[in-house]
Design a protein around this ligand. Structure first.
Ligand code: GPK
Length: 829
C-alpha cells in the first residue's frame, strides 16, 4: 500500500518479470542494443563483423539465462556430477550451434533479414575455437554437446589457450605455421569470472617435519600463479540444460615471488610475474608425441589443480564428510594428460584435509575413470622424474608412495616376476627415470576405457595385458561417437530438412535411433531425386570454396573424394597420393575410347602436420607437387584434379564433409584407435573407402560390406607381413609410381627421397606396398559403383541410415551408465 517499502525481490520482479523474448522485434532490439552499447558502433553504421558480435552477444544473453537456471537446479538437486578433465577441446564455432540448440535459429534468421543481414553470412565471421589438435579434441567437444542434450550434470575443465592450434599457411606447397590470434577480437562466448580464482603453486620443497603419517606433509612452494575461470556455456538441444566448460587462464599472483618486490626491483618483478601468463598461452601442436617439456607439465598441473580446488570447494559447500565424495563426484581423465589430478586429489585429502592415507586412497579408487585414445606404446606419456620432482616435489612423493604400496601388493599377487613388475610399475627405471602416466591412471581408476572394440582388444591383449590379467573387470570400451547436431543439423541444413521430411519427425536430432527409419525408403526414386539434389547443393558450396581458395574450377559431375585428418604416416595420406599418381599414369596411357569410361574425380586432401614432423610435412609438399602436375595437364582436363585444402579445422570440416561423395580412412590396420571423421562422413551420406581398423569394424556391422569399399591387411595379418621385411612382395604398379617420385617426375627429387626410402626396401613399416593392390581394387570398385547413380544413391542413403550407432549420445549414455554412474538432472522449463 501507499508508502510501504517494497522488498528487494518484489522490486526485481517488477523490473525483470521474465526471460528475454524471442519475437522478431525483441530480437532486433537486442541486436541493435548490443551494436550500440557492447560493440560501441552506431546502429546506423556497422559491418558484418560488428553485426556478428552484436548477434553473438544477444545469443549469449539467452545462453546465460539457461546456464543460470541449470546451475541453480544442479545446486538444489545436488546430483552426482561428472567432471570431464581434458587438455583439449576442439569446439569450433559457436553461433549456429547455439541458436539451433536453443531452438531459436529461424527466429534469429528472420529478425536479421529485416535488418538486412543473413544469419549464414554473419556466422562466417566467427573464428574457430581451436583448443586442441585432432580427433581426441573434437571428441571432447562432441561429448559435451551430448552431455548437455541428455541432461547430465557435467562440467568440462581445461586451460584457456590464448592461441589455439596454429594456422596452417601453405607457401609454394610447404606448410608454415602461423599463430592463431583467435582472442584478439574478443570472445563473446566466454564469461570471465574474476571472482572465481584459485592459486596454483609450483616448485619449492617438502619439509621433513612429518605432521604424522595420518596428517600428511607440508609442501612449501616457491611460485604461485592465479587461475581465473572463463566459463563457456554449452547448450543442450531440446532442453533448457546448459552446462559449463570452465577454462582456466593463468594470471600473475600477488603471492608470487614477494622478495623481488622487497629488493626494489620493481620492473623485473612485474616482467617476471607477467611470465605466469605463458602457462596458458600456447597449445602443443603435436598429438601423440611427448617430449618431457616443463611448460607442458605446468599446463597440465595448472588446469588440474585449479579444477580440483573448484570441485572440492563445490563439494564442501554441500557436504560435511569426504566419505560421500564418490557418491557425488566422477572425475574423468580424458587420456593421461590430466592424470596429475590423481596425485593432486590425494595431496589435498591427505595434506590439507588430513583424512589419512588409507581413507584418501579409498576415495581415489572410487572416483577416477580413464579413457585412453592410443594404440602405440610410444604414444604413452612418460614424465621424467627429475622434471616432476623439481616442479611438483610433493606430487612425486605421493606417486612414489602409491607405487610402493602397489608393487608390494603386486608381489603378493604375482610373485617375483621382475619383468612383469617392471612393466607394471608406475616408475620406469632406465636411462631417463620416469613416471608412466598410463600405469598410474589404470591403477587409480575404477574403469579403463578403449574407444572402439578393436582398440579395447589391443589394450587387453597387448598394451595393458598385464593390468587386464590382474583386473579384467576394470576394462571396458565405449565406441566413439559424434554429435548429429553439429555434423548434420549445423553443417548440412538441406540434408537435415530432407531427413526430417522423410522420417516425418525431427526427433532424430535428439534421439538418433529414429534415423534407421530411412532404410525403408532407401530404394524410393523420389527420395533418390531429393537426396541427389542435396548432395549437389553441398558439392556446389564446396566447389565454390575450392575455387575461391585456389582458383581451381572443378566439375560437379566428378566424384568428390576426400581424405581430411591430421597428417600421420599411419593414416597413410601417402597411399592416397600414390594411388592418385597411379590413376594419372593410367589415364595418360589410355586411348580415347578408354578415357570416355573414366569416372572423373576431384581428390581432396587436407590436414595439419605437427610442426616438427618432417615426414608429414613432406607428404603435404608431395601432394602439392603432384597437384601442380596434374591440374596443369590439359591432356587430363576434368578427368582428375587434386586439391589440398589448407588449414583444415572444424569450420572447414563443416563445409567439406557434406560435399564429399566418398571419403578415405586408410590407417594401417591396428593403428587407428577409433577414428571419428568416418562417422561424420557417414552421417552425411558419404560412402567410405577404408581399411578394417578402429571403429570401421563396427561401422561394417551397421552399413554392411556391400555398401562400403574395404581393402587391406586385417589387424591380425599386419605383424606377419611386417616380419617379411625386404622379402615382402610389392606389386609392379607400386614400384612404378614410387619410381616416378624418385626420378623427379614431380620435381623436388632430393627432398622426396626419404619419403620413398621409407616405403621401400623392407622399410615399409605402414605397409603401403603390401596394401597397394587391394587399395587400387577398392578404388576401381568405387568407380564402378559411381557409374550406377541409383545404386550409389541407395548406398549413400543406407550410410546415413546406419550411422545412428555412432552418435556421441550413445557413447555418453554408455559412459553415464557403465562408467560414471550418473543420472540425468533436467532443468524444468
Ligand atoms: C589419439 F593418442 C591420440 C592423440 O594424442 N590424439 C588423438 O587425436 C585420436 N587421438 C585417435 O587417433 C583416434 O583414432 C580417435 O578416434 C580419437 O583420438 C578419439 O578417441
Amino acid at each position: 500500500s501507499f508508502g510501504e517499502k517494497k522488498s528487494k525481490v518484489e522490486r526485481i520482479f517488477e523490473l525483470m518479470d521474465g526471460f528475454l523474448k524471442n519475437d522478431p522485434t525483441s530480437l532486433q532490439n537486442d541486436i541493435l542494443h548490443h551494436v550500440e552499447y557492447t560493440v560501441a558502433r552506431s546502429r546506423f553504421s556497422f559491418d558484418d563483423f560488428e553485426a556478428y558480435q552484436a548477434l553473438a552477444h544477444s545469443v549469449r544473453d539467452r545462453l546465460i539465462e539457461r546456464w543460470h537456471d541449470t546451475q541453480m537446479h544442479f545446486k538444489r538437486k545436488d546430483p552426482k556430477r561428472i567432471y570431464f578433465l581434458s587438455l583439449e577441446f576442439l569446439m569450433g564455432r559457436s553461433l549456429s550451434n547455439s541458436v539451433i540448440n536453443l531452438g531459436i535459429r529461424d527466429q534469429f534468421a528472420d529478425a536479421l533479414s529485416q535488418l538486412g543481414f543473413e544469419l549464414e553470412v554473419l556466422a562466417e565471421q566467427e573464428g574457430d575455437a581451436a583448443l586442441g589438435n585432432g580427433g581426441l579434441a573434437r571428441l571432447s567437444a562432441c561429448q559435451m554437446d551430448s552431455l548437455a542434450t541428455l541432461d547430465y550434470p557435467a562440467v568440462g575443465y581445461d586451460y584457456a589457450n590464448q592461441y589455439g592450434l596454429f594456422r596452417q599457411v601453405i607457401l609454394d606447397g610447404f606448410q608454415h605455421e602461423h599463430l592463431d590470434f583467435w582472442l584478439n577480437f574478443g570472445n563473446p562466448w566466454e564469461i570471465e569470472r574474476v571472482h572465481v580464482t584459485y592459486p596454483v603453486k609450483f616448485y619449492g620443497t617438502v619439509t621433513d617435519e612429518l605432521l604424522n603419517e595420518e596428517n600428511g606433509k607440508v609442501w612449501v612452494p616457491k611460485r604461485t600463479v592465479e587461475a581465473v575461470a572463463y566459463d563457456n556455456p554449452i547448450p543442450g538441444y531440446g532442453t533448457r540444460n546448459t552446462i559449463n566448460l570452465r577454462l582456466w587462464a593463468a594470471k600473475p599472483s600477488d603471492q608470487h615471488n614477494m622478495e623481488s618486490y622487497n629488493t626494489g626491483d620493481y620492473i623485473n618483478a612485474v616482467v617476471e610475474r607477467q611470465r605466469a601468463e605463458n602457462i596458458s598461452s600456447i597449445l602443443y601442436p603435436d598429438d601423440r608425441s611427448y617430449q618431457g617439456k616443463e611448460l607442458r607439465l605446468k599446463q597440465q598441473y595448472f588446469f588440474v589443480s585449479a579444477s580440483v580446488q573448484d570441485i572440492i570447494r563445490r563439494f564442501k559447500d554441500a557436504h560435511s564428510t569426504f566419505d560421500d565424495f564418490p557418491e557425488k563426484v566422477a572425475l574423468h581423465l580424458n587420456d593421461t594428460h590430466p592424470s596429475l589430478a590423481i596425485a593432486e586429489v590425494m595431496r589435498v585429502l591427505v595434506d590439507e584435509e588430513h583424512l589419512g592415507w588409507n581413507r584418501a586412497w579409498n576415495i581415489i579408487c572410487n572416483v577416477f575413470t580413464f579413457t585412453t585414445h592410443t594404440v602405440s606404446p610410444e604414444g604413452l606419456e612418460k614424465i621424467p622424474v627429475d622434471l616432476l620432482g623439481s616442479l611438483l616435489p610433493r606430487h612425486l612423493q605421493i606417486i612414489y608412495d602409491i607405487n610402493f604400496k602397489f608393487v608390494e601388493e603386486l608381489k603378493k599377487r604375482i610373485g617375483l616376476d621382475y619383468n612383469r613388475l617392471a612393466r607394471m610399475s608406475i616408475v620406469e627405471e632406465g636411462a631417463v627415470k620416469s613416471i608412466q602416466m598410463a600405469n598410474l591412471s589404470i591403477l587409480c581408476s575404477h574403469t579403463v576405457n578403449g574407444v572402439s572394440r578393436v582398440h579395447s582388444k589391443l589394450l587387453t591383449t597387448k598394451l595393458f595385458k598385464d593390468f587386464y590379467e590382474l583386473w579384467p573387470e576394470k576394462f571396458q570400451y565405449k565406441t566413439n561417437g559424434v554429435t548429429q547436431r553439429r555434423w548434420i543439423v549445423v553443417s548440412n541444413p538441406s540434408l537435415c530438412a530432407l531427413i526430417s521430411k522423410w522420417l516425418g519427425t525431427e526427433d532424430w536430432i535428439r534421439d538418433i535411433d529414429h534415423l534407421i527409419g530411412l532404410r525403408e525408403h532407401a530404394a524410393n526414386g523420389e527420395l533418390h531425386q531429393e537426396w541427389k539434389m542435396v548432395k549437389k547443393v553441398n558439392k556446389i558450396r564446396l566447389a565454390e570454396y575450392i575455387e575461391a581458395m585456389s582458383g581451381l574450377k572443378v566439375s560437379l559431375d566428378a566424384m568428390f573424394d576426400v581424405q581430411t585428418k591430421r597428417i600421420h604416416e599411419y593414416k597413410r595420406q601417402l597411399l592416397n597420393i600414390l594411388g592418385i599418381i597411379h590413376r594419372y599414369d593410367c589415364i595418360k596411357n589410355m586411348d580415347k575410347n578408354d578415357r570416355i569410361k573414366v569416372v572423373p574425380r576431384v581428390c581432396i586432401i587436407g590436414g595439419k602436420a605437427a610442426p616438427g614432423y618432417e615426414t608429414a610435412k613432406k607428404i603435404i609438399k608431395l601432394c602439392h607437387a603432384v597437384a601442380e602436375k596434374i591440374n596443369n595437364d590439359s591432356d587430363i582436363g576434368d578427368l582428375l584434379k587434386l586439391v589440398f585444402i589448407p588449414d583444415y579445422n572444424v569450420s572447414v570440416a563443416e563445409l567439406v564433409i557434406p560435399g564429399a561423395d566418398i571419403s578415405q580412412h586408410l590407417s594401417t590396420a591396428g593403428h587407428e584407435a577409433s577414428g571419428t571423421g568416418s562417422m561424420k562422413f557417414l552421417m552425411n551420406g558419404c560412402l567410405l573407402l577404408a581399411t578394417v581398423d578402429g571403429s570401421t569394424v563396427e561401422i561394417i556391422e551397421e552399413i554392411g560390406e556391400d555398401n562400403m569399399f574395404l581393402f587391406g591387411a586385417k589387424v591380425h595379418e599386419v605383424s606377419a607381413l611386417r616380419e617379411k621385411g625386404p622379402a615382402l612382395k610389392v606389386p609392379l604398379q607400386f614400384s612404378r609410381v614410387v619410381r616416378m617420385v624418385r626420378d623427379g617426375y614431380f620435381g623436388f627429387k632430393d627432398y622426396f627421397k626419404s619419403l620413398c626410402d621409407n616405403i621401400e626396401g623392407g622399410q615399409d613399416y605402414y605397409l603401403l606396398g603390401a596394401d597397394f593392390t587391394s587399395y587400387l581394387e577398392a578404388q576401381a570398385a568405387a568407380d564402378k559403383a559411381y557409374v550406377d547413380q541409383e545404386r550409389w544413391t541407395e548406398m549413400s542413403i543406407l550410410s546415413t541410415a546406419g550411422s545412428g550407432r555412432f552418435s556421441s549420445d550413445r557413447t555418453v549414455e554408455e559412459y553415464a551408465q557403465k562408467t560414471w554412474g550418473i543420472q540425468p538432472c533436467r532443468c524444468p522449463f
